[in-house]
Design a protein around this ligand. Sequence first.
Ligand SMILES: Cc1cc2nc3c(=O)[nH]c(=O)nc-3n(C[C@H](O)[C@H](O)[C@H](O)COP(=O)(O)OP(=O)(O)OC[C@H]3O[C@@H](n4cnc5c(N)ncnc54)[C@H](O)[C@@H]3O)c2cc1C
Length: 475
Amino acid sequence: MEERQPYGSVTAKTLRDLAELVGPRNVSGDPEKLAAYSHDEVPSASLPEATLAQALVFPESTEHVSLVMAYADRHRIPVTPRGAGTGLSGGAVPACGGILLSFEKMNRILELDRENLTVTVEPGVVTAEINRAAAKHRLLYAGDPCSGDASFIGGNVAENAGGNKVIKYGATGAQVLGLEAVLADGSVTWFGGKRRKDVTGYDFVHLLAGSEGTLAVITKIILRLLPLPKHTTDLLAPFGSVEEALGFVPRIVIEAGLLPASVELLDRRAVEVAMRYLNAKLPEPDAAAHLLIQLEGNDPEVLADEVEKVGDLCLAHGARQVYVADNRTARDKLWKARKAVPEAIVAFHSRYAKEDVVVPTGSVPTLMVALEEVDRAWGVEHIAYGHVGDGNMHVTLLPPEGPEGPEKLREARHDLYRRVAALGGTLSGEHGIGLKRRDDTPLFLDEAQLALIRRVKAAFDPKGILNPRKIVPGN
Ligand SMILES: Cc1cc2nc3c(=O)[nH]c(=O)nc-3n(C[C@H](O)[C@H](O)[C@H](O)COP(=O)(O)OP(=O)(O)OC[C@H]3O[C@@H](n4cnc5c(N)ncnc54)[C@H](O)[C@@H]3O)c2cc1C
């Protein structure tokens, strides 16, 4: 990589130049606005090197993005792309000031192509709008992060967001067929397209999916669509122990021979905090763990049989009861409880370590035992919930009271990481690395891979202006 420092500074002239390129209404240097846009859902104080942007740009077109990138390239000004700012890793938080590129004005669904089963969108479309637009045509856009009512599709692609349906349909990257991207020097190119297969050249589409805005700026996205399942049923199964709940999960595939759309776990503390937050009740609040299982199908009778089969299996494997939600209201109530957990934790706890570890699915039971050991070793408490069907647990560690709390929390987090690594797991399953986890990547990626990541970054972004200092140390 070329020598990257010092970056060019952003001055009053820079703001004037940018206004000339994209129009004055699309540029702001207002300190209040800059502060509001320079954070995501991670408290900035906990992020190493978090800075404020110095110029805010709201592009309205690919051409705008290209002009801004070419300008930034000439003046060596860092650029941080930003979606809705719902990220949980500080990915959209500038580490070196510079320009913040917010995509809220590039928010059009450009085309829903029923022949090719694709939808082409700009990066600022709210994820749930794509789900709804597809559903109107009885089609499914399968990306389904819990933040879908707020997050943008560009942020989903850049994070390779997961969510509730990964077990059946894969993460966001699996839905992406093509990307229009603006490279660091302002040139515009397409990776992939509407094709279902493509082995012509490297698979840049899936390199960009999950690249967290460090390699290129995504300006259009072609997503695959699938037939929308006609019927959906959710089952809520409270278990007396976490081990029983986890022991049951693989039985759905192995014994029932079914691939559910979702399998989510909420431990007792997760249920407690969500119910307190919502001022609501689940029927068995003292159960050690709840599983939320979603099944889909086209034939209501077949689906009813499958629901019965899974329900019976749950009971045979220790579920205290099985509650079936087969209408919209009942299902929404269950998912509201599941989706409330992260917000509830933030509402009731001022200090926490919100983790996103993932282990091979067969190792989740060992992970849960390891968590108990981490609690005992450091005096912390944990809340565990998340996409257990994928082995991706959102573990939140809570520190003990007292002055040594923060240090114990830090130690507990590292202890957890070591145990996850030993299980063949990794640091983040879907929330990404950003600034928050950057310095922990060397525990999970060896030197050869860290060096390769830096070389890939340098190949895409020789001047190091695109979302610098993210993902691995030295980027
Ligand atoms: C309550 C809650 C629930 C959540 N649930 C889930 C979940 O179930 N699954 C999950 O995976 N995540 C979840 N998240 C995390 C977050 O919503 C996702 O990471 C989401 O994909 C971020 O989208 P965003 O538009 O907010 O992006 P931002 O946070 O604004 O940005 C995220 C990253 O994308 C980059 N970026 C944004 N737009 C572009 C672009 N056009 N080109 C290049 N790079 C770009 C940014 O630079 C940054 O690195 C949750 C968050 C919250 C607060």
